[in-house]
Write a protein that binds this ligand. Structure first.
Ligand code: FE2
Ligand code: FE2
Length: 308
């Protein structure tokens, strides 16, 4: 079994293509921000997104997971472009996506449920009875001993310089219940959300940029025996161990940010052990590192079970 994980493609269409009526408050600030220098980091985002679709074709993974920030300002035009670039993945049953803060950039986008309208298929769950907050938590059961569980940590920040996230309490409770549910418990869990629980060096993110209730989130995930936490938002590709999670954290950073591009690919070996490989942008396409290494935490879990 194989899983491809990417994040933060940030498809932006430039300021001229945003309708004048959309130029209100936050979006104006966001637009200026982009003008001031953010957008050039993502200048080649479309080509790199097409390369992810090529990589999917080449690797034929069983699932493709995206941890949000598909757009820059959550406009209809950006969502349409993101869907088109990802085609045919956008409506592929193997595709799972959770929104990032840029996908819920303004209050109207949240009110409209715009993200879900564009990615209805990719936010589908196998266990609807476990949802506590709209589509979340989302659960996919792609194989007997594997589960993908996703929560939405993105929210609309009223102040343009703030980009912090919070998982609503009902979802945190839902996550805890979903992970303990007999249909999910005991499987290898890929827990996915937009916000990273730490930065590349393992230190906590800042209050203005990070996940505000990261402790609650990790406490809800404490029943995971074997698993990996997949995220984005921090535009660095990294893997890290943290004290409050039994598995390993994989941040896919941004697949399109100039000079920092990356993706993760997970493979389950014959012994049932999961390994991870990083994918790198070559200038022409994505290429996987030759060496794969085991996802950390699997042996401790086995040891814990044997010792108990
Ligand atoms: Fe991002
Ligand atoms: Fe983000």
């Amino acid at each position: 079994m194989r899983i491809l994980h990417f994040s933060d493609i940030h498809i932006g269409l430039g300021l001229r293509q945003i309708p004048v009526a959309d130029w209100l408050g936050k979006r104006l600030a966001g637009g200026f921000n982009l003008l001031r220098g953010r957008s050039h980091h993502f200048a080649d985002a479309a080509r790199k997104t097409l390369a992810i679709v090529d990589l999917d074709r080449e690797l034929e993974p069983d699932l493709v997971l995206c941890t949000g920030d598909l757009t820059a300002l959550a406009t209809h035009a950006e969502f349409e472009a993101a869907r088109e670039l990802l085609d045919p993945l956008s409506d592929d049953p193997r595709f799972v996506v959770t929104p990032g803060n840029h996908d819920v950039y303004t209050r109207p986008t949240v009110r409209e449920g715009r993200f879900q309208q564009y990615f209805e298929q990719a936010t589908r769950t196998d266990l609807p009875d476990l949802r506590t907050d709209g589509a979340w938590p989302l659960v996919r059961l792609p194989a007997e001993d594997v589960a993908v569980v996703a929560v939405n940590s993105a929210r609309n920040n009223l102040l343009p310089w703030r980009s912090s996230g919070r998982i609503p309490g009902v979802q945190v409770d839902g996550l805890e219940a979903a992970l303990r549910d007999p249909r999910v418990a005991g499987r290898f869990v890929f827990l996915m959300t937009h916000y990273a629980p730490c930065r590349a060096d393992g230190s906590p993110d800042t209050k203005e940029h990070g996940l505000r209730n990261v402790d609650e989130f990790l406490a809800a995930a404490s029943s995971i025996d074997r698993g990996a936490l997949l995220c984005g938002h921090v535009h660095d590709v990294f893997r890290q161990r943290i004290d409050d999670f039994s598995g390993e954290v994989f941040c896919a950073g941004s697949a399109t940010y100039e000079g920092r591009e990356g993706v993760w690919v997970f493979d389950r070996g014959a012994s049932g052990t999961w390994s991870a490989r990083r994918g790198r942008w070559t200038g022409e396409g994505y290429e996987l590192d030759a060496e794969a290494s085991p996802v950390a935490g699997q042996e401790t879990a086995a040891g814990k079970r044997a010792g108990s």
